[in-house]
Ligand binder design. Structure first.
Ligand code: ZN
Length: 610
């Protein structure tokens, strides 16, 4: 249904609704015309956090043609109720706008649910081997050339910490098959010798642009592939068939609606992902508003001229697949472009770009002596002139750049790039999102608000864990370690922080992520070395983490006129939950249960308890 295409002349008696209509353009005019008709659905008797500009609380909400027709006190909703209106008594339960995940990889996440997975668990090397052997043994008929991809490996959680995992680890398994083990962070893979051979990786192979081949004695590859080097093997692995990708998209949507996610950004949204969701949309199964950021790789843009071509390529993808402005029923939007500025700061990858060098152990394992490396590496993946050309080109095509920036060097270079963009196109409503920002130089905190750059943070990382403690403490040094995951300080500097889960880097668990955003503590039952809060950052207030995953993420997606808050005229994307997450004890946020997920007025998930 596309009620935004209905156009009726509003009558003079509907002045209040008309004012809303003018604010929202033609879409609001349809609302004004129907304002006197009863609502389709009314929810009343609840605690409704509207997440509007004033954090207004309401008790009742009325939905008509997929849009919000009323939100306010219970007393005022009576006039919306007609004989056919479905009235739901919330019995004091809490309503929020539908969750908006500003950075995830849904097809990969959905496919991972169907693959050989180590399930993000901290494991010893023998346990890793045992799990992978089990996957091999489950398919005895597989041919010697059939690849085995293993996902969900928590590299930073290896026991004992720092134990190397190389091709030798995988060569010890009983198989002739090529195996590639993917670190859940997505920045490292381990290939067995068979996989290295099939990919043609030898001692003579050069590191690709934006990547690194791990090497042992005499420069021989040791199976470790960082960032773009993963593609050397990746391009030999058969891509998921279109049918598999559709299965991945469906699995992802199922996981999302159970958690209350009603919109998302696919942060490497290339055509195979888009086509998978398009197939689901065609069959009527799309239950979240799908947004895509096609990727421009560093290797595609060796110079400024190539940058122009790359932007033209993604603009063509947008023209081909974008379904036009969003409407109450979920649809496909392709208006973002993804760029990786670096890898990850965590050891042993250390592929994040830093302003000052990583520390290296110049002592021994038992008597370590951590000192700055002789040179700063890696460099950011795009040189400044190329980045500026890309950002300006993206903005001119009415798209928003979405940059992966993990280390303080990548953040600085990206901010510099946006500064050039702002100078070139002053007043342009382009909304750059910077994903992750695990380490930001304090001198750059103010620049997020000044340049209107949105930090898109994965709150679940803001806790003591193998990746944030052992993964950074030695190679970053204590001073930088203390300021990683700078969410609270960025908020204090008025940055408009949005949330992005980065699923499947971690399991999809939005409510746990929101809890960590507040507490900066590990989950109950953690091992003792991960006690206490992470670093010196004050963390985020409870009401703010909700805003980050609703209104601010809607702004990041450039859809805040339509979604992200519960206001008259906006689409009826909302969730009913079993507790008031803005007021429960912070440690109880993770256990939040979604009772109903509503997208464009339609219930797409129901726990059966409402
Ligand atoms: Zn990501």
């Amino acid at each position: 249904m596309q009620s935004n295409q209905k156009r009726s002349r509003p009558s003079g008696t509907r002045v209040a609704a008309l004012a809303v209509g003018l604010a929202l353009g033609s879409t609001g005019a349809a609302l004004a015309a129907d304002a006197a008709a009863p609502a389709d659905t009314v929810y009343r008797g609840g605690t409704i956090h509207t997440i509007d500009a004033h954090d207004t609380l309401a008790q009742a909400i009325a939905i008509k043609d997929g849009r919000i027709a009323y939100v306010g006190p219970d007393a005022g909703v009576q006039g919306q109720i007609g004989p056919a209106t479905k009235v739901i008594d919330l019995k004091g339960r809490t309503v929020l706008p539908g969750l908006i995940d500003g950075h995830m990889h849904p097809v990969a996440g959905g496919l991972d649910l169907l693959k050989c997975s180590l399930k993000y668990e901290p494991l010893t090397v023998p346990q890793v081997q045992e799990r992978i052997q089990k996957c091999l043994d489950e398919k005895p008929a597989a041919g010697a050339d059939e690849w085995l991809e293993v996902v969900g490996w928590f590299r930073y959680g290896i026991i004992p910490r720092g134990t190397p995992v190389t091709s030798a680890t995988l060569d010890a398994l009983h198989t002739k098959r090529p195996i590639v083990l993917h670190d859940s962070f997505g920045h490292s893979s381990i290939a067995n010798s068979r996989a290295l051979a099939l990919a043609g990786i030898t001692a003579q192979s050069q590191d690709p642009s934006g990547g690194r081949i791990g090497r042992g004695a005499a420069g021989a590859p040791d199976g470790v592939l960082e960032d773009a080097a993963q593609e050397l093997v990746g391009e030999k692995i058969p891509k998921p068939t279109p049918e598999q990708a559709v299965a991945g998209a469906r699995a992802a949507l199922d996981a999302m609606r159970r958690q209350g996610v009603t919109s998302f950004l696919d942060a490497i949204g290339n055509p195979p992902d888009i086509e998978a969701f398009a197939a689901v949309e065609k069959s009527g199964g799309l239950t979240a508003r799908a947004h895509f950021a096609p990727l421009i790789r560093p290797a595609e843009v060796p110079n400024v001229e190539a940058a122009r071509k790359a932007v033209a390529r993604v603009a063509a993808i947008s023209r081909r697949y974008d379904q036009g402005g969003i409407r109450p029923a979920p649809s496909l939007t392709v208006r973002h472009v993804k760029l990786f500025m670096d890898g990850v700061i965590n050891a042993p990858a250390n592929t994040g770009a830093l302003l000052a060098p990583y520390l290296e152990n110049h002592g021994t394992a038992s008597a370590p002596k951590w000192e700055p490396a002789p040179r700063r590496e890696p460099e950011v993946y795009f040189p400044a002139p190329v980045l500026a050309e890309l950002l300006i080109g993206i903005a001119r095509n009415h798209m928003d750049p979405h940059l992966h920036t993990d280390g303080d060097g990548a953040v600085r270079a990206a901010l510099d790039g946006v500064q050039r963009l702002r100078a070139a196109l002053p007043g342009d409503d382009v909304r750059p999102g910077f994903a992750h920002c695990e380490l930001v130089d304090p001198a750059d905190y103010d620049r997020f608000a000044d340049l209107n750059v949105i930090p898109v943070l994965s709150f679940q990382w803001e806790k003591p864990a193998p990746d944030t403690i052992e993964g950074t403490i030695n190679t970053l040094g204590a001073a930088r370690e203390a300021i990683i995951e700078p969410a609270g300080v960025l908020l204090a500097k008025h940055a408009r922080i949005a949330f992005g889960s980065d699923w499947p880097v971690d399991p999809l668990d939005e409510w746990f992520a929101l809890q960590v955003g507040v507490t900066r503590e590990a989950r109950a039952g953690h091992s003792p070395e991960y006690s206490g809060r992470l670093g010196s950052d004050p963390g985020l207030p409870q009401d703010f983490v909700v805003r980050a995953i609703t209104a601010n993420a809607a702004y990041e997606l450039h859809e805040d006129r339509f979604i992200g808050s519960l206001e008259v005229g906006k689409f009826a994307d909302l969730i009913v939950i079993d507790r008031d997450v803005e007021h429960v004890a912070p440690k109880d946020i993770a256990a939040t249960k979604v009772l109903r997920t509503v997208v464009g007025g339609r219930a797409v998930y129901d726990s059966g308890e409402l």
